[in-house]
Design a protein around this ligand. Structure first.
Ligand code: SAH
Ligand code: SF4
Ligand code: F3S
Length: 473
């Protein structure tokens, strides 16, 4: 019987991408997909360390897996348990100590070595002691000299309409609150040719939208075929021009300091590039931004937003905010509220500052009490939610190009995404999946919008004359 794999993914989109790549690697060892952990011969937890709550989840999940594994053993089956991702990188040895059922702990830069780890873990089963405990688990949290991307197999043949493609990984910015530079390692960009090859494979397998990923994606500086270095703007232009059938391009997550002129200009010039940008600001106070080592001011953020909106008047923004960073005063927080009011966000994530061991912020003395954080977060989220509702409401009566992605919940319905990632439902034939159609937005619900067709004519949605793509509405 074919072996089955179950991957549970926490955290950011990079982890979602990585989980798919781990599944690709293990497919070459004969692993298919399990519907539940109980059905799986191997379970991978792909973990996130960004806030305390995120990383705590891992140990409770491991408790459940231990139980599931015990039940499988009663039927003569077994389960390999692996922990991957950022908690694995940060707390690998601790995981093996606290959870002896774990067979493999692997960091984000070693996923190409999975086959070898599975072989070692399987051999280690022979070394179990009388209590049913395993021999020492396999721990691989190296930052190897080789790039995993040079060794991972091509993405699998069946892709969703919207796909992720990691172009950059790691971070050299060292914001004082953040674990990412420690868990993902130094900033690294994949070569242009590799990115284009993967993009073509994704589109050939059904993708129509590609979201370029990186912890610091606009710090991208990949090697071009001629040996020069390209920034993200150049890469986006090249993808738009040279990957036929690619209808939409997005990129995330960007850092304000790396929003260079070329990338901003690409928003004006590349029609495939969506007018929606996730640009985390964290705080509106220069004093706090300085303490966070963000390497930008509130003024720089305002300026970038102005330039983006000048390049693309329909540009909408999303952001991340941290409330209650050490030393944040009521005046500092007021500056964050003012920035939110001034800019106006279509969508945002906001969090209480979470102390992360080993980061400079953890050692700062002027920590803000939890109750103060909670109260500020509530005020911030009230404004951000109101802005989001207002942004969505403003779509009613408008016509938006919607990329149809998959069947909706109701029979005969499809669901797609607007340029602003709003889910839009429409009654339409499944043959529309993978196409961009103009939809009149009739109404908005809590989580989605409903639309109806407006454009009876085929609509040209690429302006590049070399490779015109038509979408039939
Ligand atoms: N690379 C991105 C963000 C990566 S982490 C950037 O530079 O903005 C995603 C978000 O998690 C961050 O934007 C931040 O808002 C939040 N975050 C990171 N560390 C945190 C911490 N210690 N406490 C609370 N939120 C945190
Ligand atoms: Fe973390 Fe800052 Fe790097 Fe973003 S830029 S990943 S917040 S250290
Ligand atoms: Fe979490 Fe690591 Fe992503 S800490 S947010 S999974 S880079």
């Amino acid at each position: 019987m074919a072996k089955k794999l179950y991957i549970k993914t926490y955290g950011c989109q990079m982890n979602v991408y990585d989980s798919a790549r781990m599944a690709d690697v293990l497919a070459s060892l004969g692993y298919g997909t399990a519907e539940t952990p109980a059905d799986a011969d191997m379970v991978i937890l792909n973990t996130c360390h960004i806030r305390e709550k995120a990383s705590e989840k891992v140990f409770s999940e491991l408790g459940r897996l231990r139980q599931a594994r015990a039940e499988r053993k009663q039927t003569g089956a077994d389960m390999i348990i692996a922990v991957a991702g950022c908690v694995a990188q940060a707390e690998g040895a601790e995981i093996l100590r606290r959870a002896p059922d774990v067979d493999i702990v692997l960091g984000p830069q070693t996923y190409h070595r999975l086959p070898e780890m599975v072989a070692r873990a399987t051999r280690a089963r022979g070394a179990k002691d009388g209590n049913g405990r395993r021999g020492a688990g396999v721990l691989d949290t190296d930052f190897p000299p080789e790039s995993k991307f040079d060794h991972l197999p091509a993405p699998s043949a069946d892709q969703a309409v919207s796909a992720f493609l990691a172009v950059q990984e790691g971070c050299d910015k060292f914001c004082t609150f953040c674990v990412v530079p420690y868990t993902r390692g130094a900033e690294f960009s994949r070569p242009v040719t590799q990115v284009i090859q993967e993009a073509r494979a994704l589109v050939a397998a059904g993708a129509r939208e590609i979201n370029l990923l990186g912890q610091n994606v606009n710090a991208y500086h990949g090697e071009a075929p001629d040996g020069s270095e390209w920034g993200l703007g150049r890469l986006v232009r090249h993808l738009a021009d040279s990957v036929d059938g690619l209808l939409r391009i997005r990129y995330t997550t960007s850092h304000p300091r790396d929003m260079d002129d070329d990338l901003i200009a690409a928003h004006a010039e590349v029609p495939q590039l969506m007018p929606f940008l996730h640009l985390p600001v964290q705080s509106g106070s220069d004093r706090v931004l300085e303490a966070m080592n963000r390497q930008h001011t509130a003024r720089l953020y305002y300026e970038i937003v102005d330039r983006l909106r000048a390049a693309r008047p329909d540009m909408a923004l999303s952001s991340d905010f941290i409330v209650g960073f050490p030393g944040e005063s009521e005046t500092d927080f007021a500056a964050t509220m003012k920035l939110v009011e001034d800019i106006g966000f279509a969508q945002a994530y906001s969090f209480n500052y979470s102390i992360r061991p080993g980061t400079p912020g953890a050692a700062m003395e002027n920590q803000v009490p939890e109750a103060v954080k909670d109260e500020r977060l509530q005020r911030l989220q009230a404004v951000l939610n109101a802005q989001q509702v207002e942004f969505n409401r403003a779509m009613i009566g408008r016509v938006l190009p919607v990329l149809l992605e998959k069947p909706g919940k109701r029979p005969g319905q499809l669901v797609g995404r607007s340029p602003y990632l709003q889910a839009v439902h429409v009654m339409a034939d499944p043959s529309g999946i993978g196409r961009v159609v103009d939809l009149h937005i009739d109404d908005i619900g809590h989580f989605s919008m409903s639309g109806s067709r407006v454009a009876p004519e085929p609509r040209v949605i690429r302006s590049n004359p070399a490779s015109l793509q038509e979408a039939v509405a």
